[in-house]
Design a binder for this molecule. Sequence first.
Ligand code: HEM
Ligand SMILES: [Ca+2]
Length: 654
Amino acid sequence: DNSQNESDEPKAYTYGTQIKRFRNGIVKTNNIQGEETRDFTMSDEPVLDPYPSKIPYLMDPSKSIGFLQPQEIGLADQCFPRPQCDFFNMYRTIDGSCNNLLYPTWGQTNTANTRIIQANYSDGYSQPRKAVSGHELPDVRKIRKTIFKDIDKTSPKHNLFVMQYAQIITHDTASTLIKEKGPYGPVKCCNDDGSTPEILPKECLQIRIPHDEPQSKYRCLSIPRSLDTSDKGCDIKPVRQIFGASSFIDASVLYGTDYETSRSIRTFKYGKLRWQLGPNGKSFLPNVKKATALCNVTQDNTVCYLSGDPRINMQPEMTVVITSLLRLHNYLCDELSRLNPNWDDERIYQEARRILIAMHQHITYNELVPIILGRDFARENYLLPMTNGFDDRYDQYLNPTTTTSFTSAAYRSMHSSIRGFIELVSEARKITSRIRISDFFFKPDIVQRQDNYDSFTRGLLTQHAQEVDQYFTEEISESAIRIPERHQRVDLVSIDMARGRDYGEPPYNKFRKLCGLSEAKTFDSLIDQMDKKHVEALSKMYEHVDDIDYYVAGLLEKSKPGSLLGHTFQCVVGEMFFRFKYGDRYYYEFGNQIGSFKLEQLNEIRKTTLALVVCLTSDIYSVQRNMFEIPSSRNPLVTCNSIPKLDLSAWKED
Ligand code: HEM
Ligand SMILES: [Ca+2]
């Protein structure tokens, strides 16, 4: 009887039918009309991981313990009204609703995150986890100061574009909302003068400063807890977090996730999105010149951009890449109106949006995913796009909703790849200046000064990323969101750990089990995934091996061959990208769906590269083909003229 112990017994029946169904689809290759891609960008790339692991969904079901039952995964669905769906809508909705026609709230904005392992709250409802002994877990700031120091270790091969595109995927698929109102008014986790409130409101996460750190009265780190189903008056147990973005990889960062925003950024002429001309005659996102919590302008003549996502002004490189998507959208509109002069604004907007999303998904699965997860792993788990034909593996029973384990730990680990100083680089690939990133949080003005836009982009292509490891730049762990007038500094790494506890993430050991490893009985058994010194660090920090935070141990794991991530992060991120793909009815490679492309259109989309997008949307003359790797003799700069273009004539209507 496995009803007694939630996660100890194999649940062969969990997902049984769906697994079989998907597996049949895969095993019987005659079901697939096309071929999986082999290597696109580097044909001589060797196999790095001869034994790539499988994501939980594709693993032997008896091993994928820890999964919730389908009805538990969809537990929060009952909290939200069922939207009315138009079954014949060729285009995605803005908020992601009705993507799944059976479960129309799956992936929809302002619904709840889902989980892949049952939550671990100390009260079974919403209070953060405690140690097995019943004591408090170690303070996150203490862990941060002891284990996650600032040591410079750059990736030999990968550039900062990996970091930046990865963050775009984050904002596309997740947006944690926070509790803003408590019973006694707005939630304040830190006083205005930067000191800690004497009684911390229960809507706040306690982040204590360890005693051996220099103390200051004005050093408050506490942060609000995230908004959850109980705030929406929905009493499910344990709570689920509400998120403010559509789960699907649908460029909602550019287009918005609610109808009001999406309309506010449209011109309603020729399908185009609103733009303004920068001083150099190039288009930039609309400048709203309005200070908000997420844009720190003090004077009227400075810049605050508007786009589909409020985090657009967070840091300049984010702004640069979203600006390139804006330019791409408007370029596509020009091309489509030239081909189809009779199309109205709505038609052009929707078609350009559909093409842009497809290009964005293609870059994600063809270029980014193989870098983050490893090409062999990506191939093993059916994440690579096909070279021709349609894919018919849409799975209506696969829930694409963003999971808490992905956002609070596995994918957040890439905060480790951030550089503290950002290089601006000339066409001759000389560094022309270097900025300190914390000077430019929420101050995007710099992007449209002189030719900075191009220089930032070249910087993303030539500057090495940091390794995804236990080291984090103090630019984010000591000064992210430096607000000088409020003496407030934030430690993003401590927040990451605290957020995991806020979400009720189970400890590391559960993820070992989920991902096909054995549950560690003692600290020493962790040695299969990490160096001895890390095992020791963990055993000094935590009382019990079952206490270890997933985020912490995951970052200490050795990375898998060809991947930026260790075993359990690769597993959970892999699972998520699988769901974002096979759970998205509008995924660009699917045939036989209402929103499917024609085959000749699909084959054009497959020519998309990040190189093409950068060439189309900037004044840069040369780029490397493999855009997420540093230029080298194997990955030389080539002129933009030599990058294959898309021929949009397949979109011309008779
Ligand atoms: C300079 C760059 C970046 C800054 C300043 C930054 C900052 C932040 C902040 C302030 C949060 C919210 C923390 C919270 O309250 O829980 C966050 C969340 C997050 N970040 Fe970053 N981040 C950066 C880059 C990245 C990158 C490269 C990734 C790559 C995957 C990433 C992944 C995430 C994820 C998954 C979340 C959770 C999102 C959510 O649930 O809303 N971030 N980041
Ligand atoms: Ca989205």
